[in-house]
Design a protein around this ligand. Structure first.
Ligand SMILES: Nc1ncnc2c1ncn2[C@@H]1O[C@H](COP(=O)(O)OP(=O)(O)OP(=O)(O)O)[C@@H](O)[C@H]1O
Ligand SMILES: [Mg+2]
Length: 241
């Protein structure tokens, strides 16, 4: 079963004259263990594709399957359970809970799931923060962190529940190049070590080499994917499969 399969998925916002076709009959398969990079101009439908794939938004038509399960027909309640257990999101606008510390922002997704916040959960949160270059900042509130640091907390939060599908919108936009590389290394490592899969939306050329495949979206339509190597010459960041 592929990690994600979109079959003839369209998303139209609004109606009549105001209608915007954000996704136009999209077909896409993301394999287990695959890191797919999604690129395309502003307004082309990238965020819409992520939110539909992660069950935050229902498509206007078409079918969305995650790990072989058709999620298109699920009730709102089952969709939210599904999201909590199976999908890790990192949004374009980082949405940290302002009155919780960095560590608590990771642990809160455990609580949503009804799981106890025990020592292993805290250890995992601390380990993720450490790996994201935030060791020692676990007790900081979002307001005390820089934009890039907040973004890294959001990445940690997305990885916290060990999701099978990770959806990331512009992970490196506010990170300098060394940090951007560290964050991509971490995402890549999570994906390859756990057999999960990811879609990474980016405008950042340096991110392209981290993907197994690059797909371009224009006006809501996908163009055929290419192997990473055909599109980049970033030999230094080629990875063994
Ligand atoms: N809630 C909404 N209501 C109406 N139109 C929307 C809504 N969200 C997005 N759109 C429109 O749908 C199209 C696709 O938007 P989307 O946010 O998916 O683009 P994007 O590729 O993520 O762009 P960017 O790179 O700027 O983030 C755009 O024309 C946008 O204006
Ligand atoms: Mg977007």
């Amino acid at each position: 079963m592929p990690a994600l399969q979109l079959t003839d998925v369209s998303k139209i916002y609004g109606s009549e004259e105001q209608a915007v076709v954000a996704l136009d009959h999209v077909n896409l398969i993301v394999d287990n263990d695959e890191m797919l990079i999604l690129i395309g101009p502003s307004g082309s439908g990238k965020t819409t594709l992520l939110t539909v794939a992660g069950a935050l938004l229902r498509p206007t038509s078409g079918k969305v399957q995650v790990g072989g399960d058709d999620i298109t027909g699920l009730s709102d309640k089952r969709l939210s359970t599904f999201r909590r257990d199976r999908v890790g999101f990192v949004f374009q606008s980082v949405n940290l809970v302002p009155f919780l510390t960095a560590q608590e922002n990771l642990l809160v997704v455990r609580q949503f799931g009804g799981a106890r916040i025990d020592r292993p959960a805290k250890d995992r949160a601390d380990r993720l923060l450490e790996e994201l270059g935030l060791g020692g900042r676990g007790k900081s509130l979002p307001a005390e962190l820089s934009g890039g640091q907040k973004q890294r907390v959001a990445i940690g939060r997305a990885l916290m529940n060990e999701p099978s599908l990770i959806l990331v919108d512009e992970p490196t936009s506010s990170l300098d190049s060394e940090l951007g590389q560290q964050v991509m290394d971490l995402i890549r490592r999570e994906i390859k070590s756990r057999g999960v899969s990811a879609i990474i939306v980016t405008h950042d050329d340096r991110v392209l080499g981290y993907g197994d495949r690059i797909v371009r979206i224009v006006d809501g339509s996908l163009e055929a994917g290419s192997n990473t190597s055909a599109l980049t010459n970033a030999a230094s960041i080629r990875w063994p499969k």
